[in-house]
Design a protein around this ligand. Structure first.
Ligand SMILES: [Zn+2]
Length: 281
C-alpha cells in the first residue's frame, strides 16, 4: 500500500514499555475471549498459544527498534486512514455520526476494561474502552507462522478491529449480545460468526476506499484476502491439530471471511455488510 511516514497518530497509545498486565498480581489471564461478562471481540477464535509468538521476534525475542518504529508509524497511518474514512462515510451512509476509537500498543499482556489479556488472544477490541489492542509481534506471527505476510495483510487486521468499533458505534454489538442471551452455545457461536464476518466486510469497505484513491499496490488485495483466509476458523482448527468443527466457530471459515471481506471491497457499501440478514454466509 502507498503510505507515507508521518509520525504517530494522536489516537495511538503506546504502552509497550509498561509492565505486562495483571499488575499487582490481580489480573486474571484470559482463557477465553471475554471474562467477567464483558466480551472482547478479537480477530481469532482460537487462542494460538505462545508458541505462535516465539521465534518471530515475539515476546522475549529480539526487537529492532528502527524497524519497529516504522511499524508504529504504519499502524498510525492505517488507523488514521480508517478513522477518516468512517468519519465521512458512516454518517453519510447510515445517518449515525462516527466517534473515534483509540489503539493501544502493548507487549505480552495488557489490562483493559474487559480484563487482562495476553498477546496470545491476538489483536482485539474492547467495547467499553472503545479501544483496539495490538501487540506488534502478532504481525510477525501473521507473516511467518500463519503464512500471511505483507503490509496490506496487516492493514486488514487493523481495519477488522476498527470494524468492531463501527459495530459498537452503531449498536450492533449490543443487539447481538441480547440476541445471544438464553441461547445454546452453538447458537451463540452462530451469531458471533455473523458479527465477525460483518467486521471483515467493514474492513473491505475501508479497503474499497483505498482502491478508489489509488493507494493499492500490486498484490495488496491478495495480501488482505490471504490474511482473511489465514484466520478462518477451519484453518486455525487444522493448524491447532484438531479436527474441523463448525459448531465451535465464532469467526467463520476461511471461505466465509474471504467472501465478506471481498463483498465490502467490491461495494464500499455498509448496507452490503448485512451478515445478520443474509441467508447464506
Ligand atoms: Zn473480530
Amino acid at each position: 500500500m502507498r503510505w507515507q511516514r508521518g509520525g504517530r497518530s494522536e489516537d495511538l497509545i503506546d504502552q509497550r514499555g509498561a509492565p505486562a498486565g495483571g499488575r499487582g498480581g490481580g489480573g486474571i489471564p484470559v482463557g477465553k475471549l471475554g471474562i467477567g461478562g464483558i466480551v472482547i471481540v478479537g480477530l481469532l477464535s482460537v487462542i494460538l498459544g505462545k508458541n505462535l509468538f516465539v521465534g518471530g521476534g515475539g515476546p522475549g525475542g529480539p526487537v529492532d527498534d528502527a524497524a519497529e518504529e516504522e511499524q508504529v508509524e504504519f499502524v498510525s497511518s492505517i488507523l488514521d486512514d480508517n478513522q477518516a474514512l468512517w468519519g465521512s462515510e458512516l454518517g453519510r451512509q447510515t445517518g449515525k455520526p462516527y466517534r473515534k476509537a483509540k489503539l493501544v500498543l502493548f507487549r505480552d499482556g495488557v489490562d483493559s476494561a474487559c480484563g487482562f489479556a495476553e498477546s496470545a488472544v491476538g489483536p482485539f477490541y474492547c467495547p467499553p474502552d472503545e479501544k483496539v489492542f495490538l501487540d506488534l509481534s502478532f504481525f510477525r506471527a501473521l507473516g511467518k507462522k500463519l503464512g500471511a505476510p505483507g503490509d496490506f495483510a496487516q492493514a486488514y487486521v487493523i481495519a477488522h478491529e476498527i470494524g468492531h468499533h463501527v459495530q459498537n458505534v452503531l449498536g450492533t454489538d449490543e443487539e447481538m449480545r441480547s440476541l445471544q442471551s438464553g441461547k445454546s452455545k452453538a447458537d451463540q457461536n452462530k451469531l458471533s460468526v455473523r458479527l465477525e464476518l460483518q467486521a471483515d466486510c467493514y474492513a473491505g469497505v475501508w479497503a474499497h476506499s483505498t482502491k478508489k484513491r489509488d493507494l493499492l499496490e500490486k498484490g495488496d488485495v491478495e495480501e488482505a484476502i490471504g490474511a482473511a483466509i489465514a484466520v478462518g476458523d477451519d484453518q486455525l482448527q487444522k493448524m491447532g491439530g484438531g479436527h474441523v468443527n463448525p459448531e465451535k466457530w465464532t469467526h467463520g471459515s476461511s471461505a466465509m471471511r474471504k467472501r465478506w471481506f471481498s463483498r465490502g471491497l467490491e461495494t464500499g457499501d455498509v448496507k452490503s455488510c448485512d451478515t445478520f440478514g443474509a441467508a447464506d454466509l
